[in-house]
Design a protein around this ligand. Structure first.
Ligand SMILES: CC(C)(COP(=O)(O)OP(=O)(O)OC[C@H]1O[C@@H](n2cnc3c(N)ncnc32)[C@H](O)[C@@H]1OP(=O)(O)O)[C@@H](O)C(=O)NCCC(=O)NCCS
Length: 181
């Protein structure tokens, strides 16, 4: 999915007592625990964090966020990442969004996503993309309500979005892509 601009982000505020902070040394274990609890579709292994984000902790301090419960426990995460190879480069990437199941359904995902999108803009990105799957209904609803649009490059993706009820004006790559409808 893509958000062709990072301007005009929807409002989102955290309930009292919750916080959002950046990566700190030792958060690799928190990240892995959150993803193990939340992500039912990807195999989350102990080496995944470094394979995804590399070994430069300064980059993580700049780009990775944790949602913190009133107790101080890290209960969610999302990363304001990048991918120089996506569609000519320059895009920020919303990467590895997850909230521990016991804390889901309380409106905490929107302020977390907003923090990531704001950070991408601060870091100089003017647009953002993310990868997701049809089997993630809460995530799809969250992203669409936040202004992310389907990005369709193949007929199979067009079919999937059609089943999910995507609007016809979906953001479609210029060449070789069938129209929805
Ligand atoms: C994606 C995720 C972070 C969202 O956090 P959350 O606390 O569940 O978010 P919310 O409760 O605010 O739900 C977001 C929206 O999805 C809706 N939703 C929740 N569960 C749903 C479901 N099973 N089916 C359809 N919609 C659902 C909510 O009603 C809400 O929409 P609304 O604001 O219009 O009411 C969380 O569900 C999660 O960690 N999922 C597992 C990991 C994952 O899929 N990550 C995304 C990878 S791309």
């Amino acid at each position: 999915m893509v958000r062709p601009t990072l301007q005009g982000l929807p409002a989102a505020s955290l309930p009292h007592g919750f916080g959002i902070r950046r990566f700190q040394p030792g958060d690799e274990a928190n990240w892995t625990a959150i993803l193990v609890a939340a992500d039912q579709l990807n195999p989350i292994t102990s080496g995944l964090f470094r394979r995804q984000f590399g070994s430069d902790d300064r980059l993580l301090e700049e780009r990775q966020f944790y949602l913190v419960a009133p107790s101080g426990e890290a209960i969610g995460t999302a990363t304001a990442w990048f991918d120089e190879h996506f569609e000519g480069g320059g895009w920020g990437r919303v990467h590895w969004v997850a909230i521990v199941p016991g804390w889901q359904g309380r409106g905490l995902s929107r302020p977390l996503l907003r923090a990531v999108c704001e950070r991408l803009a601060e870091l100089g990105h003017v647009r953002a993309f993310l990868r997701t799957e049809a089997g993630r209904p809460a995530a799809l609803r969250l992203y669409r309500s936040f202004g992310f649009q389907p990005f369709i490059r193949q007929a199979s993706e067009a079919e999937t979005w059609k089943h999910l009820g995507a609007p016809v004006e979906s953001f479609i790559r210029a060449h070789g892509v069938p129209q929805l409808g």
